[in-house]
Write a protein that binds this ligand. Sequence first.
Ligand code: DLL
Length: 433
Amino acid sequence: MIWNKNKECMSRDEMSDLQGKRLHKLVELVYHNVPFYREKMQALDMTPDDIRTIEDIRKLPFTTKQDLRDNYPTGLQAASQSEIVRFHASSGTTGNPTVVGYTRRDLEIWSESAARAFTAYGVTRDDIFSVGYGYGLFTGGLGAHYGVEYVGATVVPTSTGNTEKHLRLLKDLKITGLACTPSYALYLAEAMEKHGMTKDDISLKIGAFGAEPWTENMRQEIESRLGLQAYNIYGLSEIIGPGVSYECECKNGSHISEDHFYPEIIDPDTLEPLPYGTTGELVFTTLTKTGMPLLRYRTRDLSSLISGQCECGRTNVRMTRIIGRCDDMLIIRGINVFPSQVESVILDMPEFEPVYLMVVDRVNLLDTLEVQVEVRRDYFSDELGTMLQLKKKLADKLKSILSISANVRLMEPGSISRSEGKSVRVIDKRKLK
Ligand code: DLL
């Protein structure tokens, strides 16, 4: 099913035309209301009249996370305070947090985008959906909540930190849908199994997972353990929250609500736009937001765009899974390493739980990588030889994928700490020294 056929299945010409008109209005809005953008445009000797078509977007300046920090807390807001009806904030590990103000119209756009997502997953008024993203300053909880309600399904605002109660409600309310981080979905599956429950004791059919990178193997693992169809949902608070893009039943890339959020892929070093199909940094322009609209916001997320009509009938551009973030990429002994590479190796091996931790350090001027991984109970052995063999098997696979050696540390099941929100997969001790 399609929530808004008019906007999700437009012809390319109609969409470009709409985007061009919206971009012109947006540039007028920020030029007159946000000194930061006016100054940037004046420095480029530009006025809003120079922006008429969507192709003109390339003339506009980029916005970075640092710009948001420098203008903390509300310097980039285009609307007056009385028009702002909500703030969200994301916690950076360093520096000022990022504060985003939303107008009533922005919240409307957000609910619409999230409703498109849930409808694409097959959610209807008859579903009961548990939202296990954190409610609060993080956009996951409230964003998914309003999307489910907008569709007319029943929402259960479970949030995080209630795993026991969550399991009970899944069973007793016959909950059919689950929205949470993919790592929390696996944690729930583990908790369920610990309580002697199986997927046949619950009624889950649909999962909406995002807020952190996850792999195809992780999808299969979640689907088989929870007995549902798992779909990707992507978003970021600076742009709106969950619902910027979403998978459909084809599970072949996530459709971007590009009538609201215009995507580009750029080379993060040269800042030059890259063609469809090439991996680079994802950049969004909020075409319709009025609270804190952003021009060409650099997400740091690495993805590529897929053009053309999807088998589901939608024409909106799709983005591939996020393979990592520009700032997620580790450089270990000069080699680029992404946590997603390690994850795909581990999830491919039945001997391990889908939980791992990478510890990077520098010893005697040399970078070291330790990969901690939990051995599933069925594969745990008292025989040293068996365990050494398993360790070598993983180390060899990692070496062939990463091109560097990793020291594998086998752990007991349950010994690596789990997270209910976004999981921590990397500890880079080099940064702490
Ligand atoms: O994580 C919004 C969200 C909530 C999305 C719930 C989906 C579900 P932030 O806290 O601002 O917002 O973090 C945004 O999280 O730039 C990506 O790096 C990462 N991210 C979000 N969704 C996905 C996804 C929310 N589906 C940052 N796959 C983004 C991979 C994701 N990474």
